[in-house]
Design a protein around this ligand. Structure first.
Ligand code: GP9
Length: 423
């Protein structure tokens, strides 16, 4: 645990914001219903196919007065895909650069969201109709302090109501309502959807928008699968209202990771009407939707600040009005004025207000143009390369952040901290 003081100093100096955001406590005492939306990317939101909206319900949520929509919110996962997104959300730590931390370090001690909010009388549950051992969820959830895990055996799954990876999202939500109703309140529940998963297979009866027409079947089929998810979430909102849970809950919808990889760039460039997908565009495609919907709030807006999955834990805690000053985390409350100015991706790329850094190239974020020279004030040749890279100062912070997060995981360092005492 010798490294802890250095890590804590780094976090205090570079990450933590002392001042509470003006949304602190905006959802105090409410249930949290978190939808981990499989493979949902930002580019489909408010976009069209064959002259139709791809996600009519989610589009209506963007402009809903009770919704905060974040249109520059990035997924930060690595090889652990969905499990990495869960790891980011619950811990505000980075997943690992290789392998899935759910498997490699599922037995570590953590100071995760479910555990923290349990002290404020919150019950926590994950609902996901898949085998409990997939991604070692059962083991990891115990380490994260999740109280209940409703896996595949909690659902009625038949040939008729399943496709691809298992139970379709509509029956999944329908069958989950009874579990929510039986949960002690307030609760923090996470729903992990499944239908919008590669290869995006759909039954005819569930297809309400025609596929795209390109050389990529993956991208073609993505649209009907996303539309199905949009409908499933809309139905779920209806069920929440009918069950009386809606008013007392905050509903968060977050895309977990990209669904369309760079292998489909030709088709993607055709859909987005671009000549090509540049490395800069590739980073922009790592944006996933984040909706924070607080019934009765009335102040909803679209927020374009640079944000990411690492921010979810401090954001949820702040919205619930829970202070966790001594906690160790690498994100910020998305509503905070004083947030750190960049979001780091797991491969060391980053996005800041001004720049996008990827594949060793520093881009102007607004124009998407590479920055070739910023050396007007210094003509000495040997300094040019160094100074040409205006991304360097942030790159250094990103590198430090990722490696401190790795150290915490590899060294299982949370076992050396007694948060009870510190709080
Ligand atoms: C599996 C589901 C999908 O249970 O969460 O996982 P993914 O393949 O997207 O990581």
């Amino acid at each position: 645990g010798n490294e802890l003081p250095e890590i804590q100093d780094f976090i205090n100096e570079n990450i933590k914001v002392v001042e509470k955001s003006d949304k602190f406590g905006a959802a105090e005492g409410k249930n949290v219903i978190f939808i981990n939306a499989e493979s949902l990317q930002h580019f489909v939101i408010d976009n069209q196919l064959h002259g139709e909206a791809v996600t009519p319900f989610l589009n209506s949520l963007v402009t809903n007065e009770d919704t905060y929509y974040f249109d520059n919110f990035y997924e930060q996962t690595g090889q652990g895909n969905t499990s990495d997104s869960e790891f980011l959300v619950e811990n505000s730590l980075y997943p690992l650069s290789r392998g899935a931390v759910f498997f490699t370090h599922g037995g570590n001690e953590y100071h995760a969201l479910p555990e923290i909010i349990e002290k404020e009388s919150y019950t926590s549950a994950v609902l996901h109709s898949n085998n409990k051992s997939f991604w070692n969820r059962e083991g990891m959830y115990e380490s994260l302090g999740v109280d209940h895990f409703y896996g595949e055996e909690a659902y009625e799954v038949s040939e008729e109501n399943s496709i691809g990876w298992g139970l379709k999202d509509k029956p999944f939500f329908e069958q989950s309502i009874k579990y929510l109703q039986s949960m002690e309140q307030p609760f923090y529940s996470k729903f992990i959807t499944l239908t919008n998963h590669f290869p995006f297979e759909m039954d005819e009866e569930d297809t309400s928008i025609d596929p795209y027409n390109s050389n990529s079947n993956t991208l073609n089929n993505y649209f009907p699968a996303v539309r199905y998810m949009d409908e499933a979430i809309e139905d779920f909102f209806g069920q929440l209202k009918e069950s009386g849970l809606y008013e007392d809950s905050m509903i968060v919808i977050m895309g977990d990771h990209i669904g369309i990889s760079a292998n489909h760039n030709k088709a993607m460039s055709m859909y987005l009407d671009k000549e090509e997908i540049t490395p800069y565009d590739q980073v922009q495609l790592q944006r996933v939707p984040l909706f924070i919907h607080i019934p009765g709030d009335g102040n909803g807006e679209v927020i374009s600040d640079i944000t990411g999955q690492i921010d979810m834990k401090p954001t949820i805690l702040s919205l619930l009005g829970i202070e966790a000053e001594d906690d160790i985390y690498f994100g910020n409350d998305v509503f905070s004025e004083d947030r750190k100015e960049y979001i780091a991706l797991r491969n060391g790329d980053f996005i800041s207000d001004e720049y996008v850094s990827t594949a060793g190239i520093c881009y102007n974020r607004q124009t998407g143009e590479p920055i070739t020279s910023e050396t007007e004030t210094d003509t000495e040749t040997e300094n040019q390369d160094r100074e040409a890279n205006v991304c360097s100062p942030i790159e250094e912070k990103v590198e430090a952040e990722l490696s401190y997060s790795d150290n915490l995981i590899y060294g299982d360092l949370f076992r050396f901290i007694n948060f009870e005492e510190e709080e």
